[in-house]
Design a protein around this ligand. Structure first.
Ligand SMILES: [Zn+2]
Length: 80
């Protein structure tokens, strides 16, 4: 079997197929949703540097807030 024509990493499902199972699913989704798939990829996954920094800051704030939850504070108080 050869490599998938889309990802070029995984092996194809059968000798005569062009795609691996994941990429065949992607192709199916593209056939179903057409432009929505492209728009979603561009709007959600493709980000410039500024957008990446915003996302990183957002993730940092979430991780800090996660440490300061009440239940975690209670657990820390009970241990002390
Ligand atoms: Zn693939």
């Amino acid at each position: 079997m050869g490599y998938c024509y889309l990802c070029e990493k995984e092996c194809t499902e059968t000798y005569f197929s062009y795609f691996c199972s994941k990429c065949r699913r992607i192709k199916h989704l593209i056939n179903l949703y057409e432009e929505d798939v492209y728009n979603t990829l561009e709007c959600v996954l493709v980000r410039d540097k500024k957008q990446q920094q915003h996302k990183i800051k957002t993730m940092d704030v979430k991780s800090v807030e996660k440490v300061k939850t009440r239940s975690q504070t209670k657990i820390i108080d009970e241990v002390d």
